[in-house]
Design a protein around this ligand. Structure first.
Ligand code: GYE
Length: 324
């Protein structure tokens, strides 16, 4: 059975070999003996958060002399599944990945399990019924981030806001959970309502496009606040507002999530009001967990990343400290 799976996986790799430019391998420099190899399937390069996340993982692999096979799925689940199968065919020691959406992973995770390769999830969670399909999940508490954004907005507006929402990638853990946490807090404030909600796919370009359409709607004037599921979409929306003659940060109060450098710059310029931190620098925690898995040590099922909330009053002091 194992052989059959390996064979079919090898075939997939061979067939998809041509035209596959998104995979890079970094070989450890120097050293003897067999080095550890890790296959990492990344979602894409949709945001500044993601770029920092990829860099953190690559830097840490390099630092520890681990052979990293890194594959970029360009926001497509099918590409991630192909990459995971190619990691089986290459017989890597550990597979790690950040799943673009929550569902649809069970079959490929079963194949990985049959091949005897441990799996570590980073950043986003999966929805599977068999808990033995992965060793641990390292990532932020997205529900809490949504709660923090809503609480900040409630405090800032005295519990009164007509909110436009820019949602992340449909079906992704951060989009589902941030919305859930945000709405949970909103339920306590009868005068806070989401009056518009649409996906901007976590990108600046889509965030701008969707905000443009919000601002063209007949009831556009009713919008008093914007909740963007990430900074990139908020930054795109800020551009759309400026082009439409609406003052971001004053006429529309804006709260987003991630805490990337550009968000701090927008806060110091008075255009963004608040960002809830979501830390992408999880390379060190990932490779610590890889070490533990290979040493057959028990790992917690869930490793939560620590993070904070920053508004304009803290932005200038924090800006020089930002690492992403
Ligand atoms: O907030 C967003 C990125 O999954 C936490 O994905 C991540 C999210 C992050 O594209 O900027």
């Amino acid at each position: 059975m194992k052989k059959l799976i390996l064979l079919s996986s090898a075939l997939v790799v061979a067939l998809s070999g041509c035209g596959k430019k998104e995979t890079s391998t970094s070989e450890p420099s120097g050293g003897g003996g067999k080095s550890v190899s890790v296959g990492f399937s990344q979602i894409g390069a949709e945001s500044a958060w993601r770029t920092a996340n990829s860099q953190s993982i690559k830097d840490e692999a390099q630092k520890r002399g681990i052979k990293l096979v890194f594959s970029d799925a360009q926001q497509k689940q099918e590409n991630q599944i192909k990459a995971l199968r190619s990691f089986i065919a290459q017989n890597v020691d550990v597979i790690a990945f950040s799943p673009v959406v929550e569902t649809g992973w069970e079959p490929v995770l079963q194949e990985i399990k049959q091949a005897g390769i441990p799996v570590i999830l980073t950043d986003r969670a999966v929805d599977v019924s068999d808990p033995s399909l992965y060793a641990t999940f390292i990532g932020s508490d997205f529900v809490e981030e949504g709660r923090r954004a809503a609480q900040w907005l409630a405090d800032k507006t005295g519990g009164k806001a007509q909110i436009a929402e820019l949602v992340g990638t449909p079906g992704s853990a951060p989009a589902l959970d941030r919305k859930k946490g945000f709405e949970e807090v909103l339920a306590k404030y009868p005068d806070m309502k989401i009056i518009k909600s649409q996906s901007g796919d976590f990108t600046r370009a889509k965030g701008k496009e969707v905000m443009e359409s919000f601002l063209k709607a007949p009831d556009a004037k009713q919008i008093t606040a914007l909740f963007a599921h990430n900074d990139d979409m908020a930054l795109g929306a800020i551009q759309a507002m400026e082009e439409a003659g609406v003052k971001p940060g004053s006429e529309i109060t804006i709260v987003s999530i991630d805490g990337v450098k550009a968000a701090f710059e927008a806060m110091t310029a008075g255009k963004l009001n608040c960002t809830v931190e979501c830390n992408p620098l999880i390379g060190p925690q990932l490779f610590d967990s890889i070490d533990a898995v290979l040493a057959k040590k028990d790992l917690p099922r869930r490793i939560v990343v620590q993070e904070g909330v920053f508004d304009q009053s803290k932005a200038a002091a924090e800006l020089p400290n930002r690492k992403y």
